[in-house]
Design a protein around this ligand. Structure first.
Ligand SMILES: Nc1nc2c(ncn2[C@@H]2O[C@H](COP(=O)(O)OP(=O)(O)OP(=O)(O)O)[C@@H](O)[C@H]2O)c(=O)[nH]1
Ligand SMILES: [Mg+2]
Length: 364
């Protein structure tokens, strides 16, 4: 299972700059003019996981495969996009099927970089983007409601779905995002069936000045406060500095960061926050061929976890041999782990735990 994250924001706020930093590439054109991005940029970013190297060393694995998060960088949205302003909002279709949304908000001051709204004002910008996403969702909902009204006349069982769709419409009309409905509600079910943008978990990325690294100014603080008030997440990120690190070696990066007096890790933090926000976790497999991290939703049982590796393993699931990563890293050999009674044999009702190192036994 992969995790994907769409990047939204006004034009020229640094979406492509951040995308390039994340994917450690210069694949996306980052340019000092609005609407530099037209076609979406798609890139896979490995989820940092220091446990993989330790396991690979123990097992003499030929290769390491990290879990990945896919980022999709799209064109900037502007006020009125839903009615066709700017590039319109048709390109939002590129992120409809992503699992989460990262909203880049400009918090850097740079008179050389045009702001489409004039002054730098992150809260106003957030409102513009939130409104445009809500309007896109409303258009989707209106179509669905029209159809449900017809269908519900023939099939009264659809009544509750129609009511849920109307409740979503009313919420969006009053400026409330679809993600505020409880996850197990019918509204949430309808919202996810329709891939509503405002139903997805939202992460604010405050794009800050170099000078604000480690010492946030009022603009990113306002973004953090807004996120907290809505129950959303926020992180600060300096797109400019992070993109300058692209292409440098680890040693050069350390030197560069030391010179600037900053700590590494904004990129890792972004990826890990996206991962965490979605209630995902990792289990590991290790062997001479490869050591690998696999992404599952928290609460997944052993057979379904096996299915992420291959559907045959899920179908023929017999049991799982499980060792906790900490034990593995400490004893460093299967024989020693067995002797210490640390290799557990788990059946089909076992709920996977973070950091389980697993060997699935299966038939067929
Ligand atoms: N000073 C400063 N400039 C930045 C920062 N991040 C991005 N920029 C500059 O802002 C301009 C726009 O950046 P892009 O990454 O192309 O912005 P975008 O949001 O992808 O823009 P569109 O694709 O046009 O919607 C570029 O000239 C970047 O170099 C930053 O943290 N500080
Ligand atoms: Mg761009």
């Amino acid at each position: 299972m992969g995790l994907s994250c769409g990047i939204v924001g006004l034009p020229n706020v640094g979406k492509s700059t951040i995308f390039n930093a994340l994917t450690r590439s210069a694949a996306a054109l980052a340019a000092n003019y609005p609407f530099a991005t037209i076609e979406p940029n798609v890139g896979d970013v490995p989820v940092p996981d220091p446990r993989l190297e330790v396991l690979a060393e123990i097992e003499h694995s030929k290769r390491i495969i990290n879990a990945v998060v896919r980022f999709v960088d799209i064109a900037g949205l502007v006020r009125g996009a839903s009615s066709g302003a700017g590039l319109g909002n048709a390109f939002l279709a590129h992120i409809r099927e992503t699992d989460a949304i990262a909203m880049v908000v400009r918090c850097f001051a740079d008179s050389n970089v045009t702001h489409v709204e004039g002054e730098t004002d992150p809260l106003r910008d957030i409102d513009i983007i939130a409104t445009e996403m809500a309007l896109a969702d409303l258009a989707t909902l209106t179509k669905r409601i029209d159809r449900l009204e017809r269908e519900a006349r023939a099939n009264p069982k659809l009544g509750p779905r129609l009511a849920a769709a109307r409740a979503l419409q009313a919420a969006l009309d009053s400026g409330t995002a679809a993600r505020t409905f409880p996850v197990d509600s019918l509204e949430a079910d309808v919202a996810s069936e329709l891939f509503l943008l405002t139903a997805k978990p939202l992460l604010y990325v405050a794009n800050i000045d170099e000078a604000q690294i480690g010492d946030l100014g009022p603009l990113p603080k306002a973004v953090f406060a807004r996120a907290a008030a809505q129950g959303d997440r926020a992180i600060a990120f300096c797109g400019k500095v992070e993109s300058e690190l692209v292409g440098l070696s680890e040693a050069e990066t350390r030197e560069f960061c030391a010179d600037l007096g900053i700590e590494r890790g904004a990129l890792d933090q972004l990826v890990l926050t996206a991962y965490e926000m979605l209630g995902l976790m990792t289990f590991l497999t290790a062997g001479p061929k490869e050591t690998r991290a696999w992404t599952i939703v928290q609460g997944t049982k052993a057979p379904k976890a096996a299915g992420t590796i291959h559907s045959d393993i899920e179908r023929g699931f017999i049991r799982a041999e499980v060792v906790s990563y900490d034990d593995y890293a400490r004893l460093r050999a299967m024989e020693a782990l067995r002797a210490a009674g640390l290799v557990r044999s788990e059946g089909k009702d076992y709920v996977m735990q973070e950091g389980d190192v697993v060997n699935f036994l299966h038939s067929g």
